[in-house]
Ligand binder design. Structure first.
Ligand code: CO
Ligand code: CO
Length: 330
């Protein structure tokens, strides 16, 4: 069963015509949205996954930053969180404590509070959180809304899937991938704030569907198309080197749905693997009005996101939903 199959099952579930429901997961948004009052929307999402790094405290932090990221992608302010975890019977209690502490500390850093949670026994460790936030319904940043001419800003480098594969295979140590570790632990809070102040038209976070997959969701939702400039996409240290050793996670590049939507310029195959690499706790991808993009990028780079980059442009709807070029105008 692949991600596409799960989507099909979701579409077969009954659709609830509740007027307060502003976005359900079938809308392809980063989180579900429920209108509580005229000026308050409740924003909720949940995410969990097996360890991708060895250090348990970092794993907890990454899981929390990743779960909270969907709230930031929607412009919401996190309020509460619930742990959801699975550990094997007899698992080291000190390790469990470190995982949960990492999650707790990240939730506190976000200004939210951990209410509790649920843990079950399972052969494989899994940890994540259900998180809840609020936003003014008119200030929600949806995946839809990108307009032709908008500049696409990406706030973090890509390559965490490739580097986690290399780490698991013993080709890299946690010291080698320190830049990616730090990035995965970093909340998208301040990036979302910069986007919000610069009139962002559409926003999503880059996670399991890779940069190209999430950009595709954005252009489909907005009924537009986009140009992606490969040379402008920031990569974590060692990412290309590890692609060269065959450390590619998943097979998104050969997904028919993605292939059909993408037109390829003369872009290096190893760079392409990075553009399709599934991310954990990746950055925000925002479509910003061109007159605001330079100022937003400058603020991101001199502040919370030193490697933020303008990676492409939104265009009128075209046959190819995404055209991957080597660089702007190339
Ligand atoms: Co998301
Ligand atoms: Co999500």
């Amino acid at each position: 069963m692949g991600p596409g199959d799960l989507e099909k099952i979701l579409m077969r579930l009954p659709e609830d015509a509740v007027p307060e429901l502003l976005s359900s997961l079938r809308d392809g948004e980063d989180a579900g949205v429920y209108l509580l009052a005229d000026d308050t929307a409740l924003v909720q999402t949940v995410d969990l996954f097996p360890p991708i790094v060895d250090d348990p405290y970092s794993y907890g932090q990454i899981a929390a930053a990743n779960a909270l990221s969907d709230l930031y992608a929607m412009g919401a302010r996190p309020l509460t969180a619930l742990n959801i975890a699975a550990f094997p019977c007899g698992f080291d209690l000190e390790v469990i404590t470190q995982v949960l502490l990492g999650g707790h500390d990240k939730v506190r850093e976000a200004g939210a509070v951990l209410l509790g949670g649920h843990t079950i026994e399972d052969d494989e460790v899994k940890y994540g959180l259900a998180v809840t936030g609020v936003a003014h319904p008119e200030r929600l940043t949806m995946t839809a809304g990108a307009r032709p001419g908008d500049v696409l800003l990406l706030t973090k480098p890509v390559g965490t899937g490739i580097l986690a594969t290399a780490l698991k295979g013993g080709f890299m140590s946690e010291q080698d991938i320190a830049e990616a570790m730090r990035s995965m632990c970093t909340l998208n809070a301040r990036a979302a704030e910069v986007f919000g102040r610069h009139g962002v038209h559409a926003c999503t976070d880059v996670t399991g569907f890779g940069l190209v997959g999430h950009l595709l969701e954005m252009v489909q939702a907005g009924r537009v198309a986009a140009e992606l400039w490969a040379a402008r996409v920031p990569l974590f240290e060692h990412t290309l080197e590890m692609v060269g050793l065959g450390m590619v996670a998943g097979a998104l590049r050969s997904e028919p749905q993605l292939q059909a939507a993408v037109k390829l310029g003369p872009v290096d195959g190893q760079v392409l693997d990075c553009l399709f690499d599934p991310q954990t706790s990746g950055g925000l991808l925002g479509a910003l009005p061109p007159e605001q993009a330079d100022a937003a990028l400058e603020e991101l780079r001199s502040g919370p996101c030193p490697r933020a980059s303008a990676i492409g442009r939104v265009k009128e709807r075209d046959e190819a939903l995404i055209e991957i070029l080597t660089d702007e105008g190339a």
